[in-house]
Write a protein of this length. Structure first.
Length: 165
């Protein structure tokens, strides 16, 4: 498979993964573009591997973690900016999914990465461990801690609800 064929077939999936990792559409597209540029330069070697997609995914995860390590990249984004008060007209399921996604974005980077790879990309622990360069036990520990934190935060009353009582 040529690089052009690979990029055409997998770019949308890579952007989706990057969006889930970063929580920002623009940063995700930049991240994928950077990773594909690096992959293009090494495609002769990457294309000969058994699983070039796993290799490029790992490059993407590593690039995301490297970006977060740089102090100058510590941007704080808000979940949503509403133009007008009371302008929200979403179904309950969408609102719940959005609230859960905000909680996922608050997780530490490694835990968030494990959750995204496991539940959004549907990867098993062995492949996640390979992508992150750690053991499967570490993957399971990150997943367990992340799920416990999500359950705890989801059950805790929000400051807005506590003030309404």
């Amino acid at each position: 498979m040529t690089f052009e064929e690979y990029a055409f077939a997998r770019t949308s999936a890579l952007v989706r993964l990057a969006r889930l990792l970063t929580g920002d559409d623009h940063r995700a597209e930049d991240l994928v573009q950077d990773v594909l540029a690096q992959a293009y330069a090494r495609w002769g070697r990457i294309g000969r591997t058994d699983r070039p997609d796993a290799y490029v995914r790992r490059m993407l995860v590593n690039a995301h973690h490297s970006w977060w390590r740089r102090r100058s990249s510590r941007e704080v984004s808000v979940a949503a900016v509403l133009d007008r008060a009371g302008d929200v007209d979403e179904a309950a399921a969408v609102a719940e999914r959005d609230a859960l996604w905000r909680l996922v974005r608050e997780l530490p980077a490694r835990q968030r990465t494990v959750i995204v790879l496991r539940y959004y990309e549907d990867l098993d622990d062995v492949l996640i461990a390979e992508l992150l360069g750690c053991s499967t036990g570490t993957v399971r520990t990150h997943a367990k801690r992340a799920l416990a934190a999500l359950r705890e935060r989801q059950q805790a009353p929000s400051p807005a609800r506590a003030g309404d009582l």
